[in-house]
Write a new protein. Structure first.
Length: 82
């Protein structure tokens, strides 16, 4: 999966380098660069949020399974004592 993402990022970089020479000058102004920086920051923030939620969900699932195993172990010990 990471190789595919790397290939997409590098492909986008190479495409951007080729398109930069063909763009009109008003597309390369400071305002346009600021908008691109803001968009990139927004995408990075959303990606970090999604990754955080994914980790929280995995942690919650792990904790639930751990609790179930502990409860099963306690039930087996109680059954053994009975």
């Amino acid at each position: 999966m990471s190789v595919i993402v790397l290939a997409c990022v590098l492909g986008g970089m190479v495409l951007g380098m080729f398109l930069r020479n063909r763009l009109p000058k008003h597309h390369l102004s400071g305002d346009t660069k600021d908008v691109v920086k803001l968009g990139t920051g927004l995408i990075g923030t959303i990606a970090a949020l999604v990754l955080g939620l994914l980790i929280a969900s995995a942690n919650s699932t792990f904790q639930t399974q751990t609790t179930q195993v502990q409860q099963l172990t306690a039930d087996v010990v109680l059954l053994d004592h009975t």
